[in-house]
Design a protein around this ligand. Structure first.
Ligand code: PGA
Length: 250
């Protein structure tokens, strides 16, 4: 069985003070929630404080990015080991904003996914087509390339530690959610590819999250689909009560 996972990606929002205030407000709202993995992805400076506050609770912590090297002369970068050391258990990798504004490629995503796994972090590998790619009918071709290259060289034995997030770029921050049917269609396609890569049993265990304008009003419909195993939530994860309502979608 795939345990649903709901992650809040704060992007470049919240100071450390705002982050800790958020966690203190969120924890009592979600303390009774079972059967859902809850994850927060704060900016790097707040990773340690958020991890300290959530230790021993049902809320986990993710970084929004990381470098693939263990250490080195890479000014401004943060290594997988540092992310782990700060208390995170997950790392979001290859978010479309990283691809769009910071020149991340399918190859760098692949190196990061491997580095995350080697460091004992669970990678949340993001992929998704742009609006023009969808309009040109290239959605499946694009997500197939992103998935195959992103996961190249990763053995089936690691499959249970990999999370995939389908985030159509045209749905991120736009208020325009993919319909549950549109999302399910791509999720099912991705699971078929995972099955080719790793075999049907492994593919059935991989969680595929949906991201792009997820909110309390649409989460239940999305989660009702067979291959949608959770959500990566941006804007609607910035307020504790709104995020808690998404977590409590059932
Ligand atoms: P959004 O962002 O929920 O604000 O659309 C999702 C994401 O970028 O992960």
């Amino acid at each position: 069985m795939r345990i649903p996972l709901i992650a809040g990606n704060w992007k470049m929002y919240k100071t450390m003070g705002e982050a800790t205030a958020f966690v203190k407000e969120l924890l009592p709202l979600v303390s009774g929630v079972t059967g859902v993995e809850i994850v927060l992805a704060p900016p790097f400076p707040s990773l340690g404080p958020v991890a300290a506050l959530t230790a021993g609770t049902n809320v986990g912590v993710a970084s929004q990015n990381m470098h693939f090297a263990e250490e080195g002369a890479y000014t401004g970068e943060v290594s997988p080991g540092m992310v782990k050391d700060a208390g995170a258990a997950y790392a979001i990798i290859g978010h479309s904003e990283r691809r769009q504004y910071f020149a991340e490629t399918d190859d760098s995503v692949n190196r990061k996914v491997k580095a995350a796994l080697a460091s004992g972090l669970v990678p949340v590998m993001c992929l998704g087509e742009t609006l023009s790619e969808r309009e040109e009918g290239r959605t499946f071709e694009v997500v197939e390339r992103q998935l195959r290259t992103g996961l190249a060289g990763i053995p089936a034995s690691d499959s249970s530690r990999v999370i995939v997030a389908y985030e159509p770029v045209w749905a991120i921050g736009t208020g325009r959610t993919a319909t549950p049917a549109q999302a399910q269609e791509v999720h099912a396609f991705l699971r078929g590819l995972l099955s080719e890569l790793w075999g049907a049993t492994a593919a059935r265990s991989v969680r595929i999250l949906y991201g792009g304008s997820v909110k309390p009003e649409n989460i239940a419909d999305l989660m009702g689909r067979n291959d949608i195993d959770g959500a990566l939530v941006g804007g609607a994860s910035l307020k504790a009560d709104v995020f808690a309502n998404i977590v409590k979608f059932q």
